[in-house]
Design a protein around this ligand. Sequence first.
Ligand code: GAP
Length: 515
Amino acid sequence: MAQQEEVFKKLVSHCKEYGYVFPSSEIYDGLAAVYDYGQMGVELKNNIKKYWWDSMVLLHENVVGLDSAIFMHPTVWKASGHVDAFNDPLIDNKDSKKRYRADVLIEEHLAKYDEKIEKEVQKAARRFGESFDEQMFRETNPRVLETRQKRDEIHARFTKALNDNNLEELRQIIIDCEIVCPISGTRNWTEVRQFNLMFSTEMGSTADGAMKVFLRPETAQGIFVNFLNVQKTSRLKIPFGIAQIGKAFRNEIVARQFIFRMREFEQMEMQFFVSPGEELKWFEHWKAFRMKWHQALGFGAEKYRFHDHDKLAHYANAASDIEFEMPFGFKEVEGIHSRTDFDLSQHEKYSGKKLQYFDPEQNRSYIPYVVETSIGVDRMFLSILAATYCEETLEGGEVRALLKLPPALAPVKLAILPLVRKDGLPGKAREIMNELKFSFACQYDEKDSIGKRYRRQDAIGTPFCATIDHQTLEDNTVTIRYRDTMAQERVTIDSLQQVIAEKTDLKYLLKQLTR
Ligand code: GAP
């Protein structure tokens, strides 16, 4: 884990050094849990969003887009339950004055039991070698059984406390488990309190007329309140979906781990409206599709897992997360939720407007059920960087840092590099650049030695470099240098556009989703 933490620290500084992510308002010492995306970051983010948008909207005839406003009528958040129930349980350590989420403290404690079991298994596997029967060991080893029993007991208490909203019991679990504050090392805890995560501001100029409005904590509600507008104007029939990408805001108590938990972030959400009773079938369908979307990136199936929720949100009858193995463990990147007819029913009740769909096949009106897929752009961004950042020691001892980004997502697809800054090579390189820049993102670079330029491109994740040398002037060929293998190949200038487009076009990634 210590080694992983080291890698994570390096990744964070790499992001800053190469224009991916900067702390917000850095010259004023930053603003906690708020970040800005630099010249490379914004391109990667845009490519992630395009991959998501095209996979949901372009590939599905019955999914359409929407861009609703961040500000919404305050009653929306009363109806959705966010005013009353969008809370986190927080606890303070009286000695360090640090604030924690009580549920996170307990979850981290539970994870330690899992780690202990895994260590026992690994130790035994080394001891017994080929004859090791892992399943038998897990089912019979007394130390493993004892650890699992303790873990399960705490887990059962924890789940019950969450479901009952029992804050005293959450505190009692922290006391009973002897959980200490990582800063002060003490167990001097306050009571557990609920804390609402929505940011609010005022709309309107006069004190009398000003109205308290919230910055949306999820984009989904903009979809719900527009459900009939979209359905009627598009004439879509159930089942159909509405997709949206946009900013969301949460006043997170514990903002940690770089861009993993931010106070301002971006979501890509899709609400899929179905006939009542069909929702669990569609829930499974979207779970499978979304996992395929992640795995198509080629980082390895073992990096992902589903995590079914112990505590269902107030609106859900099934929920599962797609977790990715971050440098700090498996963490949620996306949630798939079967939200029943909760949201539409609530909006019908609070607005007094009918939000029903007339189903011509069933010849009746009903409030549709909803299956939602909800993924954070920033978490997706972090998972991609974590999966692709690496360091390699080259012959001669030089270390190169690189991002092995999937070519379709890389901010720059092709770097165009004249070997030297003379003999007409820059002019030829510019000519190629001016032709190719209409097809994909290119970067021209003539400064420093060719080796240094390759390193710079490796560091920002450019999958291909085209080098223009003296032979280019003679036979109109260039070398393509591959980022991951560093292999080089000579191709004609005429074929360059097609060769690079074939390797970087998003459509090849999208095609994997339809197989
Ligand atoms: N509409 C459902 C919803 O908002 P959620 O599980 O609270 O569900 C969905 O959030 C996704 O949004 C998460 O899986 C995560 O990727 C992202 N997300 C949530 N809170 C975030 C935060 N504070 N910072 C970054 N991403 C966040």
